[in-house]
Design a protein around this ligand. Sequence first.
Ligand code: AMP
Length: 186
Amino acid sequence: MTATRLIFLGPPGAGKGTQAKQLAQVMSIPHISTGDILRQALSEQTPLGIQAQSYMDQGELVPDQLVQEMVEERLAQTDAKGGWLLDGFPRTVKQAEFLEHLLHTKGENEEKVINLDVPDDVVVERLIARGRKDDTEEVIRRRLQVYRQETAPLIDYYKQKGQLLSVNGNQSPEVVTEELHRLINS
Ligand code: AMP
């Protein structure tokens, strides 16, 4: 059986986490969310969590080096041998290059990249409605800015490599799920 390796891209508030979790479950691959791993580290106050905290609190990206080490370690675990779904990583072109290199050295480089496409005004609305602890208006605004500057360029990056699949995320969650399944199985 060939391993399924998926990367989920999309702005904060696109419904990425929910869809990613569900799809990973259906496909029996681990859902690897760097945001979840970092929040867990933060709640346990591990050295990683302590280092990441101020960045996360301000809606900034945690430095590439820290996140990259964390992802490398996670992808080396046994349950990731048969594939995985990465949610929230890569977030910068540097991270994407790191991942490409890492997978290349392992002889694993046919991942698909799914972009959940959602217009800006919808994203802001959803983020405010979600009201997570770190979702103050200022932090939301900063996270969106960081997304546009650092992460959105990955859409073109993967498009040029012919790896990008796009899904309209501005539909009901059920329809998005259906489209995702169709896309993965085609
Ligand atoms: P998320 O749950 O994916 O929105 O991530 C929450 C926060 O964790 C982000 O605002 C960043 O501060 C940090 N974070 C998660 N993934 C990454 C990443 N790949 N690179 C840098 N920072 C990250």
